[in-house]
Each structure stands twice: as structure tokens, then as C-alpha cells.
Design a protein around this ligand. Structure first.
Ligand SMILES: Nc1ncnc2c1ncn2[C@@H]1O[C@H](COP(=O)(O)OP(=O)(O)OP(=O)(O)O)[C@@H](O)[C@H]1O
Ligand SMILES: [Mg+2]
Length: 247
């Protein structure tokens, strides 16, 4: 294995050697929640998880309901602040620890390097589906016409009926909202994608479309961490699994 010693842009030495094609490394992640409205009880959810993710690899987070899969994914996206540990991400050729970034730096990493498909689409009333999906591309400075074409292409592949494109997703079905969410995340060529049950509300045909889109991304070198309850999705996409809790 080819290895290198790396120094991050925020000047922290990575503690281990990383092979060249690793794009994300989680180191000793611990996360607990304190319930302030219940006497300040503190309960640990993630206890010392480390793993590496390579370009073109898809790792499934495994564990029963409530074991901390979504929590761990949110730690990887720095949505949740970890108690200890580090999330190293290769961003424009430099290693950055998401847990230590200033918020403006985190925004840039999320715009360019790491995408996240949450289970539910955050719907803004009166904003049409096409504008919801196009936003990350426009934020990157992509030409409006090019961005528009890309979203139309994705909506078409995802079988989102054309009469919905200019309506706000507020009243869309669960599966329609999920497809808008997926188009929004897949429009940008993120090197890393985090997917929290991206096909949970889809029928078999639309699930298969998403699997194919994700397989294409993998071939292009996109690295993925996913939570997939559907065995069919897991078997077609994933190269390995990571248990969030020892059983
Ligand atoms: N913001 C929060 N505040 C307090 N507790 C939380 C918070 N988020 C998650 N938890 C708790 O952490 C534990 C793990 O939740 P999480 O949503 O990560 O589980 P999961 O493995 O994704 O489950 P599922 O398969 O049902 O989606 C649960 O006991 C949950 O109640
Ligand atoms: Mg979950």
C-alpha cells in the first residue's frame, strides 16, 4: 500500500498513514447526547469508531434502529459536534478536519467536496422544485442554462412528472420529495456522498434508477457512505459495511 504523511491545512498532523486514494478518514469518533430537559442525563451513542473511505467505494452503515447510524452520518457531515475524534476529508487536494473548521470553511467543503442526502427534503414554501434542486449548482457558480439542463435531465431520469417541476414540493408525496432531494445532491459531482436512506420512499422502479445513478457516480470515483434498509440496494451498491455498534 502506498502511504504518505499528511499535514492538513489547519496544521494538524494526521496520526496515521493514509493510502493515496483514501478521501475520508474518521478517527476515534465519540458522540453522546445530554438531555437537558431530563435531569442532564448523558448517554453515549457513538463509541470510538474509526474507518477509511476510498474513492469509488461505498460503505454501508449497519445496525438496528436507534443504534446511531444517522447520528454517525451527521458527525461525518459535521452537523453534530463530536465529543472527541476527527473527520479528515480530502478537500481540493488538502486534508481538512471537519471537526475543527470555521463555519465559513465548512460551507466551502460542503459546496464542493461532500454532499449529503438527508432522509427528508427541507421544503421551503413557494420555492419550485426546480429551484430547490438547482441551488447547489448556482452556488458553485455554474452557468444558469447549463445548471437548468442538468436538473431537467436528472428529473427526467428520476421520473419526476414534468408538471411538478415548477411547483413547490410542499404537497409532493414522500417519494416525489425524495427524488427532488436526490436530484439536488447528484447535480453536483461531489467526490464524497453521504446518503441517509435515499430510496426509503421509492418504489422498485425508481429505486433502481437511483441505484444506477449511484453506480455511475461510483465508477467516476465518488466515495459513498450510505444507510440502506433495502437489501437489494445494499447488494448492488455496497463494497462493505461498518457496524455502528458491536452486537
Ligand atoms: N439530537 C438528538 N438529541 C438527543 N438524542 C438523539 C438526537 N439524535 C439522535 N438521538 C438519539 O440517538 C440514538 C441514535 O439515533 P439515530 O437516529 O442515530 O439512530 P439510527 O440508527 O439512525 O436509527 P433508524 O434506523 O431508526 O433511523 C437514539 O436513541 C436517538 O434517540
Ligand atoms: Mg436513521
Amino acid at each position: 500500500m502506498m502511504t504518505q504523511n499528511l499535514v492538513s491545512t489547519n496544521n494538524q498532523q494526521l496520526t496515521t498513514n493514509i493510502s493515496y486514494n483514501v478521501v475520508l478518514q474518521a478517527e476515534n469518533i465519540c458522540k453522546s447526547f445530554t438531555l437537558h430537559n431530563q435531569g442532564g442525563i448523558n448517554f453515549p451513542v457513538i463509541e470510538d469508531i474509526s474507518f477509511n473511505l476510498k474513492a469509488g467505494e461505498c460503505v454501508a452503515l449497519a445496525g438496528e434502529s436507534g443504534t446511531g447510524k444517522s447520528t454517525f452520518m451527521r458527525c461525518l457531515y459535521a452537523n453534530y459536534r463530536v465529543n472527541s475524534g476527527a473527520v479528515w476529508v480530502k478537500h481540493e487536494g488538502e486534508w481538512v478536519n471537519l471537526c475543527k473548521l470555521e463555519s465559513y470553511e465548512l460551507i466551502t467543503v460542503r459546496q464542493k467536496t461532500i454532499g449529503y442526502v438527508s432522509q427528508f427534503l427541507r421544503v421551503i414554501p413557494r420555492v419550485p422544485a426546480i429551484d430547490v434542486a438547482i441551488e447547489p449548482l448556482l452556488e458553485l457558480g455554474v452557468d444558469k442554462k447549463v445548471a437548468h439542463e442538468k436538473i431537467c435531465e436528472l428529473f427526467t431520469r428520476l421520473n419526476l412528472p414534468q408538471h411538478l417541476w415548477n411547483l413547490s414540493p410542499t404537497n409532493f408525496s414522500g417519494g416525489e420529495k425524495q427524488r427532488v432531494n436526490i436530484a439536488r445532491a447528484l447535480a453536483v459531482d461531489y467526490p464524497i456522498l453521504l446518503l441517509d436512506e435515499p430510496t426509503s420512499a421509492l418504489d422498485a422502479t425508481n429505486s433502481q434508477v437511483v441505484i444506477e445513478l449511484l453506480q455511475e457516480r461510483k465508477k467516476d470515483g465518488c466515495a459513498m457512505v450510505g444507510i440502506f434498509h433495502d437489501e437489494e440496494v445494499r447488494s448492488q451498491l455496497c463494497d462493505g459495511e461498518l457496524k455502528v455498534k458491536d452486537s
